[in-house]
Design a protein around this ligand. Structure first.
Ligand code: BGC
Ligand code: MG
Length: 565
């Protein structure tokens, strides 16, 4: 498999708002490619696959933690913020990854785990053994576990309390996630300095931004819920000010699994900005809800609520990631329905969510996979793909926790799916060998050889999106339709949001969630002219709008991206 372009690599282009136009790809170093045959993916393995990612159309990588860690939470249990886990490579390898990605004009975003460390971190070890020492106040200690009972538990399957007793210090420490992940004490200014310096350390190595992990939980108070407390926003504002001053052009991405208004608060205000991007947790589960209910009303509602965000900010839209498909931000009724449709086997559930990959969730339906990608790549914001979903990889619900969807990337039909030359028994997780998703059929090489494969479809639609900057920076206006199963919105740019050389554009996107063919009347916004209507995929001309309305016929779960002029 050779993907290398015949031309010289372009190098990093100057674009202070690069994150608004980027197609992101989340890649777990451990699961992508193993260069040294030890059964564990590593940074040199990832570097060797950059040509593939460039071919696919990826503009930015997001790497979950690759730091030294006991790996009890996929690396989100950091034991040393300034290191690379030896199984994954060295700091030099990381520097090389950044250099080689930048040569391809590809950005690198990494996780900044602010809220907690591993209990193996030396700060915690010193905090427990020396309460009066310099690290004594780095964590949240208490003589009683009876306070802050109104703070909800996130890992409901494994934790009974947010407090754990430390036998050495003979006090309780607060932990929002696993009990081996003590929360840092943001009430202590020394912790702020410490985390600023960690950020600077990686920014100095050239990273283009951070995903701020679990960001709502930094501060907790006796009265509050421990989510999005005002001091948490103050801290992010300070972090943003430091970045703007010392490292302009780098981006902050909030991971805030919250209701729409609370998520939007992580953008801050024009005078006091916080994050450049925030993951769109409210929209994601509603796409899955609409697929089975054939009812788009709650999806339309959140999309309509979200249209106004600060200039220069962007949603980070996604379908799946390395975590469970979280169902926290839906109503109880919707959650029960989603469990029934998508997690009919109890093994498919974890905490408040579903631990499956995209293709199995959608029963490997090509209609549905194309439909959800057409939505993901046309929504307002920048799309985040999850490694392996571009080939329709399966999952393994017999594995523990969220490892179900973190199995090795499937490159070829050969041993270990071409992921590693190791003894198959040595792999960090087994490759998927289920009937439907066996790596002998589902892999990059096989799909490359098949022009109509999902991989070729995903690549095509990624490139089509990128050919029309309106998808990245245009406004989104939800359009009324007379069919509850049909979602329609217009994406539009004006001269103001175009870069030099770009023309203003208007694109109508229409999606049918109906399980059979259907028709819909779409009412266009007043200012939109549709004398000439052309399909972006094949170029066919459609009937023009009459009185601001377009009538369309849609096949089963069909969709259009129509250029209007
Ligand atoms: C990450 C999870 C992790 C948790 C605790 C999250 O938000 O995405 O994978 O388990 O933070 O660090
Ligand atoms: Mg290795």
């Amino acid at each position: 498999m050779s993907f290398s372009a015949p031309f010289a690599h372009p190098g990093l282009h100057h674009d202070p708002q690069w994150y608004r136009r980027a197609v992101f790809y989340e890649v777990m170093v451990r699961g992508f490619a193993d260069s040294d045959g030890d059964g564990v993916g590593d940074l040199p393995g990832l570097i060797a696959k950059l040509d593939y990612l460039e071919w696919l159309g990826v503009d930015a990588l997001w790497l979950p933690p690759f730091y030294s860690s006991p790996l009890l939470d996929g690396g989100y249990d950091v034991a040393d913020y300034r290191s690379v886990l030896p199984d994954f490579g060295t700091l030099d390898d990381f520097q090389e990854l950044v250099t080689q990605a930048h040569q391809r004009n590809m950005r690198v975003v990494i996780d900044l785990v602010l809220n907690h460390t591993s209990s193996e971190h030396e700060w915690f070890q010193m905090s427990r053994s020396d309460p009066n020492g310099p690290y004594g106040d780095y964590y949240v200690w208490s003589d009683t576990d009876e306070i802050r009972q109104n703070i909800r538990i996130i890992f409901t399957d494994t934790e009974q309390s947010n407090w754990a007793f430390d036998a050495e210090r003979r006090q309780f420490y607060f932990h929002r996630f696993f009990s081996h992940q003590p929360d840092l004490n943001y009430g202590n200014p020394a912790v702020h300095q410490e985390m600023f310096d960690v950020a600077r350390y990686w920014l100095d190595m050239g990273v283009d931004g951070f995903r701020l992990d679990a960001v709502p939980y930094l501060y907790e108070s006796d009265e509050g819920t421990g989510e999005s407390e005002p001091e948490t926003h103050d801290f992010i504002r300070a972090m943003r000010a430091m970045m703007d001053k010392e490292y302009p052009g780098r981006a902050l991405i909030a991971e805030a699994n919250q209701w729409p208004r609370e998520v939007a608060a992580y953008f801050g205000t024009e005078d006091d900005p916080e994050c450049h991007m925030a993951f769109d947790f409210p929209v994601m589960p509603r796409i899955f809800y609409a697929l089975r209910s054939q009812d788009t009303s709650s999806l339309k509602e959140v999309l309509s609520e979200q249209t106004e965000i600060l200039p220069g900010t962007s949603w980070a839209v996604f379908l799946r990631n390395h975590d469970e498909l979280t169902l926290e931000m839906v109503t109880d009724e919707e959650r029960q329905a989603l469990y029934g449709w998508y997690a009919y086997d109890p093994r498919m559930r974890v905490n408040v969510g579903i631990r499956r990959r995209l293709a199995p969730l959608l029963d490997n339906s090509r209609h549905e996979l194309e439909l959800v990608h057409a939505i993901l790549l046309s929504l307002a914001g920048s799309p985040f793909l999850y490694y392996g979903d571009e080939i329709g990889m399966g999952d393994n619900i017999w594995l523990n926790d969220r490892d179900s969807s973190r199995t090795p990337m499937q490159w070829t039909p050969d041993r270990n799916a071409g992921f590693s030359a190791s003894d198959p028994g040595k792999l960090f997780l087994p490759v998927v060998q289920s009937l439907v998703y066996h790596y002998s059929a589902v892999n990059v090489e096989t799909e490359l050889a098949q022009p109509r494969s999902l991989l070729h479809f995903v690549r095509k639609i990624v490139h089509l999106r990128k050919a029309h900057p309106v998808f990245a920076v245009g406004d989104l206006m939800v359009c009324p339709t007379d069919n509850g199963s049909v979602l329609a919105y217009v994406r539009q740019t004006t001269q103001e949001n175009c870069q030099p050389g770009e023309r203003p554009e208007t694109i109508l996107c229409v999606f049918s969630f109906a399980h059979y063919p259907t028709t819909a009347n779409v009412t266009l916004p007043d200012q939109v002219v549709a004398d000439r209507v052309t399909d972006l995929f094949g170029g066919a001309t459609f009937p023009s709008a009459v009185d601001g309305k377009i009538t369309l016929t849609l096949g089963t779960q069909g969709f259009y991206w129509l250029s209007l002029s």
